[in-house]
Design a protein around this ligand. Structure first.
Ligand SMILES: [Fe+2]
Length: 378
């Protein structure tokens, strides 16, 4: 068999109520704490007050959405001036990516752009600051991954800052922080988590650890999403948070596939990552399976995935991907045109996907025409 490695957060605290340990844990790491946050999570104010009560100096950086290069440059300048001991990010995937990039780049010198993949050298030279991640949405699994995705507006692309040392030293996953998230956000981010688990499970770099995460969480994650589209449910929030965390561990240790290969250039046009993934998942599964069958490949894993999806959606295995298409439509997921990806740019997007690192782990090789056909099908 092929060799593999295993990278995970040094420590993970998972479960309802775990957020109550956050301030004490951060205060043990240093006195100067850089807090990266979104605007909407009120609990962060309580957390910061708790840090200050413990004698910490706190500097807050407020995320403006999926991080763009100019925002990162400004935040890294703030972090270098503050000279913090550690960074904690509390928010969705965009907030965690911004915090991860700040922690990665604050100790290095010079312009952040030089450290990004594609537009720079792609290397992180100095050791990052200790980084703690607390997700408030269930989706990207960024609390367990080694990369941060940054949009470069001048080039209309998303690129990664990537280094094994960027994995958070502590992930605190308290599903209560995701309770009552808006329905559309829950759908798009949850579909990202499910896509990441499925692509990791099917990709050519899957390994025994990542296989275990896929088998454990694909069905539960999909079922939780179905439940949450019908209404708020604490157990489903817990299951989806677990699926999201495990999807991050899986993708950091295996690879992804054509959905994430396409999500990089399409996301560069401005559409939300999770919605792009959710829209492409069923068409990509159908195309990959058909091509794998034509190549005479073993289809066991495709059948397993269809079995898990079908069970969650209450349909037989052979109707799983068509039921998934109906599910995303019925729950209002935007189509590709609404995600700034009209047919006129499919060829450019396919070229971008062919160059993307995620596509290289896709279970079967795809031609540019086959990639265009997936977008047309979506
Ligand atoms: Fe993703």
């Amino acid at each position: 068999m092929t060799g593999f490695g295993l990278i995970t957060p040094r420590e993970t605290l998972f479960g309802r109520g775990m957020r109550d340990q956050a301030a004490a844990r951060l205060a043990q790491m240093g006195r100067r704490i850089l807090v990266v946050r979104g605007r909407s999570v009120a609990w962060v104010d309580t957390f910061c007050a708790d840090l200050i009560a413990r004698g910490c100096d706190v500097h807050q950086v407020v995320s403006q959405g999926e991080p763009k290069l100019p925002e990162l440059v400004d935040a890294v300048d703030q972090a270098r001036a503050f000279a913090g001991d550690c960074v904690v990010a509390i928010g969705g995937g965009a907030v965690i990516d911004l915090g991860k990039a700040i922690a990665g780049l604050a100790p290095s010198i010079g312009d952040p752009v030089g450290y990004l993949e594609i537009v720079g050298t792609g290397q992180v030279l100095a050791d990052p600051l200790p980084f703690v991640a607390m997700p408030t949405t269930s989706g990207t699994g960024a609390e367990a991954t080694k990369n941060a995705v940054i949009t470069v507006p001048d080039r209309q692309i998303k690129v990664s800052l990537r280094d094994a040392r960027l994995v958070p030293i502590l992930a605190i996953v308290d599903p209560a922080l995701t309770d009552n998230a808006p329905r559309s956000l829950t759908l798009a981010s949850g579909l990202d988590a499910v896509t990441q688990l499925i692509e990791s499970y099917l990709c050519i770099r899957a390994n025994p650890f990542t296989d275990a995460f896929g088998r454990d969480a694909i069905g539960d994650g999909m079922r939780a999403l179905v439940t949450l589209m019908a209404g708020e449910d604490a157990q489903a929030r817990d299951d989806l948070a677990r699926a999201s965390y495990l999807s991050g561990v899986a993708l950091a240790n295996s690879g992804l596939g054509i959905v994430h290969g396409l999500a990089a250039p399409i996301g560069g046009q401005g559409g939300a990552h999770g919605a792009i993934c959710g829209r492409l998942l069923a068409p990509a599964l159908d195309a990959n399976r058909r091509i794998a069958a034509e190549m005479g490949r073993d289809l066991t894993r495709f059948d397993e995935v269809s079995d898990w999806i079908g069970a969650a959606l209450g349909v037989p295995v052979d109707q799983a991907t068509s039921a998934l298409r109906t599910f995303v439509d019925a729950n209002g997921l935007p189509d590709l045109a609404a995600l700034n990806c009209p047919p006129e740019i499919y060829a450019d997007m396919a070229q971008g996907a062919a160059n993307a690192s995620s596509s290289k782990a896709n279970p079967v090789p795809l031609t540019k025409d086959q990639i265009i056909a997936i977008m047309a099908d979506a």
